[in-house]
Design a protein around this ligand. Structure first.
Ligand code: FES
Ligand SMILES: [Fe+2]
Length: 441
């Protein structure tokens, strides 16, 4: 019933009108739990939106291939002998067998294992065993189903919709805004995947606001301004700049330099050459006129220089601070001067499970002539994974966040302006799902 907002159609109710009110923004909780809503996403979002599939380091050389999955959808990325990167729906055009699983190198043809139909790496059919039995069957009529491919820095994106806008247009203005971070100097070393018992949105929401720092990451408060961090709110994507080396305004009495240092070391000391989170030691000796922030910038520069990485192109603020983007629908590229960690959540088989991926891309040493070792991809168990204190706290909480969403009294989430990047996710989701005017017919 277009235009009517009721709790009887919570998964399809729009947040639009409610968001114009002076109070909080309300988002139907069923969007996170309902199989119908997940089905709508599968029909209207995932087949039409740009999404990160892997990195160029996974498909660096001719014959390299990688399977990207998103719920039941599977896309095969292949670097052809002509060095062109292509993407195909991972399906055989004979009877629909899945063509490839996992990733690999040295592929010279794409051959279905079932009855051995075979395509070249550009997706052109070239061999059909016992072809005569099919009557007239022309190779040109049976290419693999192609998908769009694009890259930004080390990240490879795919879009199953051949009519979708180009990637550069879709990501605007993120590519220009992040140009100072020189993403082309980053190379992937690993993708760490953690299956989680929560909706993909529950997962990415935890990387879309800093309101929860004073909830589950309290050890960060002495070294992080979690309140005044500037956020950009673009029509489709968003950004957070998070200053480090200063205490949270929530701390009435501020923090001593020792407390700032201990908090920084507890949460990200390895950046500054202090890898033991439990033993910060005293604040390192400061040069004349150095503040805690400029001290951190120098230590981070020195640590990176010891690994051959030159951060000379960045200001002290750019070196010390976090530059986090949120790109619709499911990634958060988190930049530091010395690295990119692209956080991604992908739907699993039900609305209550997803995969959290951390795509780890350090900056290459100055003057590097090649991109270094190939990425190592691992899947870790959520119960035992140790991804550092802050990530561990996020992961531990996501199970609770999802279980609570099922409780009957909770018809809506109530969002603050501090959580505007989550609100933006829902506004854009409504556009893709076609539910601006209520539940779709
Ligand atoms: S299903 Fe692939 S060759 Fe038959
Ligand atoms: Fe967090």
């Amino acid at each position: 019933m277009p235009g009517e907002l009721t709790d009887e159609t919570p998964a399809g109710s729009t947040i639009g009108d409610l968001a114009k009110a002076p109070g909080p923004t309300k988002v139907p909780a069923a969007r996170y739990t309902s199989p119908e809503f997940a089905a709508l996403e599968l029909e209207r979002l995932w087949p039409h939106v740009w999404q990160v599939a892997c990195t160029i380091d996974h498909v660096r050389d001719p014959g390299d291939w990688y399977e990207y999955t998103c719920g039941p959808l599977s896309v095969l990325l292949v670097r052809g002998q002509d060095s062109k990167l292509r993407a195909f729906q991972n399906v055989c055009r004979h009877r629909g067998n899945e063509l490839c699983a996992g990733s690999g190198t040295g592929m010279t043809e794409i051959r279905c294992n079932y009855h051995r139909w075979c395509w070249d790496l550009s997706g052109r059919l070239r061999e059909v065993p016992s072809r005569k039995g099919f009557g007239a069957l022309r190779n040109d009529d049976y290419p693999l189903f192609e998908a769009q491919v694009g890259t930004w820095g080390p990240l490879v994106f795919v879009n199953l919709d051949l009519d979708a806008e180009p990637l550069e247009e879709f990501l605007s203005p993120v590519i220009d805004d992040a140009a100072f971070l020189r993403p082309d100097e980053l190379a992937c070393r690993a993708i760490v995947t953690v299956p989680l018992p929560c909706n993909w949105k529950t997962g990415i929401d935890a990387f879309s606001e800093t309101y929860h720092v004073q909830g589950i990451h309290r050890q960060m408060l002495c070294s992080t301004d979690d309140v005044n961090s500037p956020q950009a709110d673009w029509p489709r994507h968003g950004k957070l700049g998070q200053p480090y080396g200063i205490p949270s305004p929530r701390l009435r009495d501020g923090a001593t330099d020792d407390e700032i240092w201990a908090s920084f070391v507890a949460t990200q000391g390895a950046r500054a050459g202090a890898p033991d989170p439990d033993n910060p030691g005293p604040v390192p000796e400061r040069h004349d006129g150095e503040s805690m922030r400029t001290l951190l910038a120098r230590l981070i520069r020195e640590k990176s220089a010891s690994e051959g990485v030159d951060l000379g192109a960045f200001t002290d603020e750019q070196v010390t601070d976090l530059h986090q983007y949120n790109c619709f629908p499911n990634i958060s590229p988190v930049f530091l001067a010395e690295s990119l960690s692209c956080i991604r959540t992908r739907p699993g088989t039900t609305p209550d499970d997803c995969y959290l991926d951390i795509i780890s891309c350090p900056r290459l040493p100055a003057g590097a002539t090649d991109r270094g070792p190939r990425p190592i991809d691992v899947t870790l168990d959520a119960e035992t994974a140790d991804l550092g204190a802050v990530f561990n706290q996020d992961i531990a909480n996501l199970r609770r966040a999802q279980r609570g969403l099922h409780q009957l009294g909770l018809t809506h989430l109530t969002l603050s302006r501090e959580e505007r990047r989550i609100i933006s996710l829902h506004r854009n989701l409504e556009r893709y799902l076609g539910i601006q005017d209520g539940f779709p017919e």
